[in-house]
Structures are given as C-alpha cells and as structure tokens.
Design a protein around this ligand. Sequence first.
Ligand SMILES: Nc1nc2c(ncn2[C@@H]2O[C@H](COP(=O)(O)OP(=O)(O)OP(=O)(O)O)[C@@H](O)[C@H]2O)c(=O)[nH]1
Ligand SMILES: [Mg+2]
Length: 553
Amino acid sequence: MREAFRGDQRVDADALVARLDAVRRFLDAVDGEVPDSQLVGAHTLVERAGTRLALSRDHTVVALAGATGSGKSSLFNALARLELSPVGVRRPTTGVAHACVWGPLDGGNRLLDWVGVLPRHRFVRESALDGDDETALHGLILLDLPDFDSVQRSHRLEVDRLLGLVDLVVWVVDPQKYADRLIHTSYLREFHRHRDVTLVVLNQADRLPPAEVPRVLADLRRLLDADGLDGVPLLATTAVQPTGMDGLREALERTVAERQAALRRLAGDVDTVVDDLAELVTAEVPRDLPDETTVRSLDRALAGAAGVPAVAAAVQGAYRHRAGASTGWPLVRGWRKLRPDPLRRLHLPGPSGDVDRPEESLVAATSVPDPTVAQRSAVGLAIRAVADRSGAALPAPWQSAVTTAARSRLNDLPDALDRAVAGTDLGMDRRPLWWRLVGGLQWLLTLAALAGLGWLLLGYALRALGLPALDNPRVGEVPLPTLLLLGGLLAGLLVAAVTRPVVRWAARRARQRAEQRLTTAVAEVGDAYVLEPVRVVVGRYGRAREALRDAAR
Ligand SMILES: Nc1nc2c(ncn2[C@@H]2O[C@H](COP(=O)(O)OP(=O)(O)OP(=O)(O)O)[C@@H](O)[C@H]2O)c(=O)[nH]1
Ligand SMILES: [Mg+2]
C-alpha cells in the first residue's frame, strides 16, 4: 500500500510557514479593496494553520468519516481494542465525536480542546497490559465522527467543522452505499487537493463473497478517480475480524511515524485557498497608468473647474491695467487707478503681492467664480476615464476599488484647487524696470511741457502788464518755451503710442506664463487627489499578486 500514497514528498515546515506568511501578506494587501466575503477561506486558513502549527506536531489527528452504519465506530473500537464508542443498531448511533489518544495525553489534550472534543469523550490508549503492541501508534489521535448523511442536521455540521481541522481523513464506506452520490459530490470531490491526507476503506468486506471484493474495489477506485482522488490509498477492512484491519493499522502507523500529515493537510489547504484566490489577481500589474492623454484630459478639466482661464485672463487685464498706470501719460494716470484691478477683484495678489485675506487661510479664499455644471461634470468624466483606464485590465473587484480610489477625494478637490490657484505665483508681484523707465520718461516729458507752458504764460503776463518781454532763446526758428510745450506733449503722445502695443504683447505673455504655472499647480492637485489614490490601489494589487505567487510555491 505504501506506493499508493502520493504524499511521499515531504512538506517542509519552514516552507509551509513562509507560504502562510505570503497568504497573510496577500490579505493585508487586499484588505478593504476586495469584499470580505471572498476572503473568508483565506482568513480561516491563516487562523487555523497558525493554531494547528502552534499545537502539538507530535500528534496526528485522524478522523473516521462516513455514512451512518458504515462501521466507523466499529473500526474505532477495533483499532483501540476497546469498546469506547457505542455501536448500535439504531441509526444514527454516534452523535458527537469520540477521541482516542495513543500515548501520553498532555499535548493531545490541548489539541483536542481546539478540535472541540469534550473531555468525557476522550480516551487514552495507554495500558500496561499492551506491552509494546501499541507503541507504533503513539501520537495517534483517532476521532470517531458522527455520520455526514445524517437525518440530524447537527451531525452534519459537526462533521463539516471537524473535517476542516483534522490532519488526515479515513473515509469509511460499505459495500451497499459506497457509490452514494452524497459522499462523492459533497465530500470526496471537495478533498481532491488533500489526496496526500486521504485514505478510503471499504469496510464490511466480509459481507461480500471473497471473489467480489476485487471487483467492488475496482469499481470504487474508478469512482475515486472521477472524484479527482486518483492515487489515494484504498483498503478493504472488516471490523468484526481481529485481522480485518491490519492494512489500515499499518497505514496509520506509517502516518504517525512520518509526522507529516498535519503539514500536508495545511499545505493542501494553502493550495485550495491559492486556487480560489487566483482569480483576484489574474492580470499583470498595469504600468504607467493612466496614459498621458487621459492625464492631460484630467488636468484640462481640473483647470476649467479651478477657473484657470478666468484667472489667466485677469492676469492679462491686470498687466495692462498696471502697466497703463505706470507708463501712461501722467496727467491721465489717475483715472486708470480709479478702475478696479482685475486680479484684485478675484482676491488674488494685488500689485504689491498682498492678498485681501488672512494669511495661510486653509479655506477657499479666492473669488474665482464657482465651476459651472458643465465644468463639474467634465471633472467627473475625466476622473471616470482615469479609473477606467487604470482598472480596465484588472479583475472585477479591483476595478471598483480603483474607481472608488479615484473618487475618494472628490469632495476635497474644490478647496485644494482654490488653494493651488491662490498659492500660485502669477508673476505679477514686481513692477518691471521698463515700466519705471517709461514712466519716468513720461514724467520728464510732461514736466518739459509744463515748463514750456509756464514760461509762455509768464511771457503773456509780462506783456499784458506792459513789462519788458522775456528774451526767449530759440532753437532754429522755434522759441524754446513753445518747443518745450509742444515737443513735450508730442513726444509724450508718441511714447504712449509706442508703449501701447508693447504692453499688449507683454500682457499676452504674462497671461501665458500665468496659465502655465496655474496649470502645473492644478495638475499637482490632480496627481495628489486623483492619481495617487489610484496608484496606491494598483500598488496593493501588485503586492497581492506577488504574495499569492509566493503562497503558490
Ligand atoms: N459484518 C460486519 N458488520 C459490521 C462491520 N463494521 C460494522 N458492522 C456493523 O454495522 C453496524 C453499524 O456499525 P457502527 O460502527 O455503529 O457504524 P457507524 O458508522 O459508527 O454508524 P453511525 O454511528 O450511525 O454513524 C453495527 O451493527 C456493526 O456491528 C464489518 O466490518 N462487518
Ligand atoms: Mg458510530
């Protein structure tokens, strides 16, 4: 029978612990991103495996499971060579699990506390009468389970619970019911990843004519193969004959001596969990997502909602306003100052860089108009596109995790955008030197004109009073005062005419520069409030995928 065990490969305890750690890392990575209902198996495994490994590894917990009347209790008693578990004619007989421990009870007791077998149903197979007969089974904890096909629902629940905890299962079938659907579809098939810790016995073989036994065994083997249990040991037993279970006893002795069943069972559990979770991390980890076009659309939408075009236009207007106030003809400059500065109207830095609001204010502070419905929905669409592009290739739960992440800070966006706009250096703090030079020149020209005017007025006044006229110097044919007045005025007009297109051009440049800086600032907000949360989720996806790959090894 030895060759029948597929589990000749040993399970390394350290490797198993590393795999369980990987499952734990997986759970950390997906926590909150994947619905908990899909993680129940993995959580259960991590918890159970941790406890089982902490408890006695010198003991092997073996369960006898099967339909009512198949002879579990009879085999249990026969193996223990004592009448421990009642065998009856009224079915079902065994309602709660009974346990028999071979060897000292200490470590076994803690294990049985965890498995949940009541102390009054525990027995010890340690007797001076046995001599050395039973030493080969030292470390065995044999459980006699209730029937899994019971009319009593509680039996079935108890069996299901215990099957999740034991190290090895001996499935007991009898010649009459070995082909029943229930045991194959609900149990044996579910155990196909636990072939290493599964054993099947055809009990009550004595009820068959000896020639029939091989035929029934072959038929049962065929069914087991169909269940995915190819290669599991299959034995014929007879509980009512003293030597009817020698094969089973030998198989148990080997299992106990190897001390591998607990590790193999957990390794099979990890396989099951890894297979079940695989669909959560099927896709490659997306790189460089979302693409540049999608990010640009997001930035554009955010810029619109943040009022970047309006602020940029105000910068252009403010530039012209302020340049006009500095370089215009001095006598009409005062007017311009009466008109409001377009930037100040938005509560953005005025000419001196000051802002009409408390320093470091955290709340929305500019008076940039609120985004329109269209602008707001453009932002919504752009965020949706980011989520779609980033999550498109990912398995379903991650797609919604990415969408949730992309929208997670939606409510904080308006304030963040406003702060970004308010905090952007619009390049309007200083008055350019050339404004001052032109302004100074205009003053000089105006002073010259005023001096000329004064001089002329003085001449008229002297003449009117009959006083001797001033001796006006001349430049060519033109008297100097006239030249000063007209020259000053004309030159002033000329300077103003030349300055005007330069100011317009410079204002356009100031607008472009401000627009660029604002767009950059807004893009940073988009990165921090939309793209970063998405990157975090994609990062967790990557870690989950890696962890599951480690768990699969
Ligand atoms: N001839 C024969 N009878 C057996 C054998 N094993 C069990 N029986 C009989 O089959 C009947 C049922 O045996 P149990 O051991 O109580 O069966 P069980 O699987 O524990 O049943 P439940 O506790 O109800 O789940 C009893 O009358 C046993 O004497 C066997 O190998 N050969
Ligand atoms: Mg029984």
